[in-house]
Design a protein around this ligand. Structure first.
Ligand code: AMP
Ligand code: MG
Length: 350
């Protein structure tokens, strides 16, 4: 398949630049789009055949449900059988934005989109390109991250081109995304709202609006065989770089000492070593390829760079990666969730 790649000029009128993409989507095609979280792979959420194309392009297991994206509140009632109070409150506060909510689904949402579930995940993106395109297409768009299943999510058009060129109809290059981590997912279909995936809308923010919010235990720990995460996608080892990754927790001095020692040993075995460090620690590493993920003072930067750093290490074909770890508060919860998963929960405490 010949994949059209278009670059959006935000200085120019948007609608004219998006008309072709909207046509493709209306006709059941697949278009990669920038959103404020990561790039998404969009298709008509109400057509099973369209969501099937998404699963094929990603190589994604089809029990892993897709998020339906809408452009404004008027589009929500058609997709859900009920809007619980918690959902209404969060929508008022955080939509459009990086928050996905799970609702009881309406009949028109096919099981092909929900992975066979009776619920549907819905998000209203704030990114001007994503939001406008949904409006122009006139349909809700299913849009999982635009990476090959198992690879780190794409935060730049180049990442999408790497994974999707030749597999989908169009890629819209809207520059780098803002946040860099996938949306927060909260299930509002039950009695007590439950956080299923941490993201930029933090658990602290959710609790401030709703009071009690439970956390799906699958978020931080490794999954045991009998544990079933509420967001089916959380069980897969996604976000993973190709190299074996070790996440090192502890006081900074000890972490640096451990990584330096392990890196030396790996190098002596002829391995290529990558190290994920911070502005604060970069000067203390002796060997290996350093990637500075950001400053501990600016968690937003760490989130923004995370997937890109993992992809860079793939490009450089390192054999093993050692990463520093972060606090699990606020945005740190999302950062650590992705790093833990990338490491396949290979975590060392020093
Ligand atoms: P992605 O589209 O790559 O951001 O991944 C979507 C995530 O949303 C996956 O972890 C899914 O398992 C989760 N998800 C989508 N729909 C539902 C749903 N109805 N209930 C629970 N989790 C969902
Ligand atoms: Mg994904």
């Amino acid at each position: 398949m010949n994949t059209k790649i278009i670059r959006i000029d935000m200085e120019k009128e948007l609608d004219a630049q998006l008309l072709n993409a909207a046509e493709i989507l209306k006709n059941g095609g697949v278009v990669a789009i920038p959103t404020e979280t990561v790039y998404g792979l969009a298709a008509n959420a109400l057509e099973e055949t369209a969501s099937k194309k998404i699963y094929e392009a990603k190589g994604r297991p089809s029990d892993n449900p897709l998020i339906a994206h809408i452009s404004c509140m008027d589009e929500l009632p058609a997709l859900v059988s009920e809007i619980p109070e918690a959902g209404q409150k969060l929508a008022e506060k955080y939509w459009p934005g990086p928050l996905t909510m799970v609702f009881p689904k309406a009949k028109i949402v096919p099981y092909g989109t929900t992975g066979g579930l009776e619920t549907v995940a819905v998000r209203m993106p704030s990114h001007p390109i994503a939001n406008r395109l949904i409006k122009l297409a006139g349909i809700p768009l299913a849009a999982p991250s635009a990476n090959t299943s198992g690879r780190p999510s794409p935060t730049k058009a180049d990442h999408v081109i790497e994974d999707m060129d030749g597999k989908i109809d169009m890629i819209i290059d809207g520059g780098e995304v803002g946040i860099g981590l996938e949306s927060t997912i909260v299930d509002v279909s039950g009695e007590i709202p439950m956080l299923l995936r941490p993201g930029a809308i933090t658990i602290e923010m959710l609790r401030e609006t709703l009071g009690r919010v439970d956390i799906d235990p699958a978020i931080m720990g490794p999954m045991s065989a009998d544990m079933k995460p509420k967001a089916p996608g959380m069980k897969y080892r996604h976000y993973a770089p190709k190299a074996e990754m070790t996440l090192v927790e502890g006081e900074m001095e000890k972490v640096v000492e451990f990584i330096n020692r392990e890196a030396k040993a790996a190098l002596a075995e002829g391995k290529k070593v990558g190290i994920i460090c911070t502005e604060e620690s970069r000067a203390y590493y002796q060997d290996g390829i350093l990637e500075v993920i950001g400053s501990r003072e600016h968690e937003e930067t760490v989130a923004h760079n995370l997937f890109s750093v993992l992809r860079d290490f793939d490009d450089r074909q390192v054999d093993c990666i050692f990463s520093e770890s972060f606090s699990k508060d606020r945005l740190g919860q999302a950062i650590m969730n992705r790093l833990c998963k990338a490491a396949g929960y290979h975590i060392v405490n020093v």
